[in-house]
Design a protein around this ligand. Sequence first.
Ligand SMILES: Nc1ncnc2c1ncn2[C@@H]1O[C@H](COP(=O)(O)OP(=O)(O)OP(=O)(O)O)[C@@H](O)[C@H]1O
Ligand SMILES: [Mg+2]
Length: 234
Amino acid sequence: MIQAKALCAAIGANQVLRDVSLEIAPGELFAVIGANGAGKTSLLRALSGLLPLQSGAITFEGRNIARVPAHRLSRSGLVHVPQGRQIIPGLTVRDNLEIGAQNVGLSRHAIAARLDEQWERFPVLRQRQSIDAAALSGGEQQMLAIARGLMMQPRVLMLDEPSLGLAPQIVQLIMQTLRDLADQGLAVLLVEQVAMLALEVADRAMVLRNGACALSGPSAELLGSRDLVNSYLS
Ligand SMILES: Nc1ncnc2c1ncn2[C@@H]1O[C@H](COP(=O)(O)OP(=O)(O)OP(=O)(O)O)[C@@H](O)[C@H]1O
Ligand SMILES: [Mg+2]
């Protein structure tokens, strides 16, 4: 589905990605964990066309996408839910969702069908569909950010620290939602700083440190080497 080979990228003089490779299949939940500043967001930005590569290759469904602009990628099914959610204040919950779908050019009919799916997945958003999105709680805003990503009919969904600042109960719900989406056939790339949380739901994972892959493998194996994983997280 999506494959990245030896990605290198810099922000100014700062080398933020060093030879990072990964591959995610449909139905798979892949976690990228790492400390503050490890390069997790940079990796997502590189994959979604927002951070230029110095070298390396990215293929999405067999197509080379290393130089395709971000808006074209989201139209073709590679969707990035950014760190900090970036919902649009001043617009209702429903408008935030519809705008997500309009961005990728869905018909009215398709938008209505996608909306129904989101209402079913997150009933609280249905209840609150007519209020200003800025009035939602942090957890509801994260649900909205995920639902907005799902409005774009992704085949790969990438999420940047969806647990950030949320109560444990909401975090559990978000993680379970991501697991369900993978089980329904989506390729999910989850970036998390809370490593154990991510390892518990993911199939495979990578530990990033200083922009490079320090460790990778099946999540169960990484959970079995907790001490080693933790040694890379500080
Ligand atoms: N706009 C920027 N200008 C300069 N350096 C940046 C910029 N954005 C990020 N960096 C640097 O790039 C490196 C990787 O940052 P990145 O945001 O990818 O890390 P992260 O793993 O997502 O961290 P966090 O957990 O804090 O979100 C860090 O050293 C950071 O200081
Ligand atoms: Mg980040």
